[in-house]
Design a protein around this ligand. Structure first.
Ligand code: HEM
Length: 403
């Protein structure tokens, strides 16, 4: 039987974490109320939150659940006061439209292409490390490497000049702000990114090159509007780069603070095999991605979801479900359990897993090989965390490079 709903006790989803701990609200719900109504600060009130691995797999593969009503009949429940994806964004489409957009973005960053591109990425990270190598005192690793390298690599794939990257970084940070006092700046940043991306699309239309964006813009089957191409560009240079920065920064923080990762520090090449387990274990986002809407009544985890009701799902929670990952709080670099959910599942799964693996592994490998004695310049609990955006990560990562 469905429990009667008590609005006063609906759990509230807010950034509520210390460093990289598994959000305690999510941990409680995973354990005791795996399909339950929650409240988020903005948008649709009272979506169902789905926490368990198997239920998330079911939801992300169920054609009775749709994103088409989002931004139209249904407001997206969210932590961000201002940011909502534009109507033609891939996140708001169902298959097959979503799949066409994903295919176009993914074709330039396949596993094969990323393997070929590895030496270029290694050269980029080498240059970044050259710039700080002589520093005897503390260096902010976030500024010097983890918060910039993913965009540096993407910029090389797309052909964006280095002089534009500082603006893109500033817009990207603001775009995902959860601070109400930054609402105006969020909207301005979103507009600026859109205009900048439109400029890139038109430039590649006028003068195609041999880069990732030129291949998307070529659109031989005429599938995409200019708006869709601009959306893909924003996705590539900003929406996807933000979590890449977060994942890389958070993995570096753990390498610097968690003895369980001493093996990777001693043998940096093992980051390649260890990547998936670190990706599973490392939280990247506060809250959730876009929800889905039930197009018919359905059952999930013993609960009846009514037509028109909204479901959010937490990949972070699914990654800590002991039914999928025995001893989920352990980091087991040789784990052979279920496929983790850090890059999503089903129709909307991430197209950039190979890109992300490339940037994380090349950065970690280069940092630890070049500076084997690198350590935090402060104690782990003195690291400040940036709680102003949906992405989890440090506000700065002060390190000493030399022993
Ligand atoms: C440049 C880097 C990236 C790009 C271009 C990118 C692009 C995309 C795209 C196009 C989708 C499909 C969206 C949809 O159909 O709704 C997606 C989904 C997703 N991506 Fe990425 N991504 C990037 C990096 C990352 C990183 C680093 C993470 C996490 C660590 C991540 C996590 C996800 C997740 C969880 C989804 C599924 C969201 C959902 O359920 O709708 N992505 N990504």
């Amino acid at each position: 039987m469905q429990p009667a709903e008590d609005l006063r006790t609906r759990p509230e989803i807010r950034p509520n974490t210390n460093a990289l701990e598994f959000d305690p609200t999510l941990a409680t719900l995973l354990e005791s109320a795996p399909v339950t109504r929650v409240t988020l600060p903005y948008g649709h009130d009272g979506p169902w939150l789905v926490s368990r691995y198997a239920d998330i797999q079911a939801v992300t593969n169920d054609k009775r659940l749709s994103r088409a009503p989002l931004g139209k009949e249904v407001e997206i429940p969210r932590l961000m006061p201002a940011f909502v994806p534009p109507p033609d964004a891939v996140q708001l489409q169902d298959a097959p439209k979503a799949s066409h957009l994903q295919e176009a973005m993914g074709m330039g960053i396949t596993s094969r292409r990323m393997a070929k591109f590895r030496p270029v990425a290694e050269a980029i990270v080498g240059e970044l490390l050259d710039r700080i190598a002589g520093e005897p005192g503390p260096v902010d690793l976030l500024e010097a490497l983890t918060g910039r390298y993913p965009l540096d690599v993407m910029a090389r794939l797309i052909g964006i000049p280095e002089s534009d990257l500082a603006d893109i970084r500033a817009w990207t940070r603001l775009m995902f702000s959860i601070r109400p006092e930054e609402t105006e700046q969020t909207l301005a940043a979103k507009k600026a990114l859109g205009e900048y991306s439109a400029g890139l699309v038109h430039a590649r239309k006028d003068q195609p090159g041999n880069d990732l964006l030129s291949r998307i813009v070529a659109d031989p089957d005429g599938k995409f509007s200019v708006g869709a191409m601009v959306g893909m560009t924003v996705q590539l240079i900003a929406v996807g780069i933000a979590p890449s920065n977060s994942l890389l920064s958070n993995i570096c923080y753990q390498l610097l603070t968690d003895d369980r990762l001493a093996g990777i520090r001693a043998d940096p090449g093992t980051i390649v095999e260890g990547f998936d387990e670190l990706a599973r274990f490392t939280p990247v986002i506060h809250g959730f991605g876009p929800p889905v809407v039930a197009t018919t009544d359905l059952e999930l985890g013993g609960v009846t979801i009514k037509r028109g009701e909204v479901l959010v799902y937490s990949y972070t929670s699914g990654n800590r479900d002991e039914n999928a990952f025995p001893n989920p709080e352990e980091i087991d670099l040789h784990r052979k359990d279920a496929k983790h959910l850090t890059f999503g599942a089903g129709v909307h799964a991430c197209v950039a897993q190979h890109f992300t693996k490339l940037v994380v592994t090349t950065a970690v490998q280069a940092l630890l090989t070049r500076f084997p004695d690198v350590r935090l310049a402060v104690s782990p609990d003195e690291v400040d965390w940036d709680n102003g955006t949906i992405w989890r990560g440090p506000a700065g990562l002060p390190v000493l490079l030399h022993g």
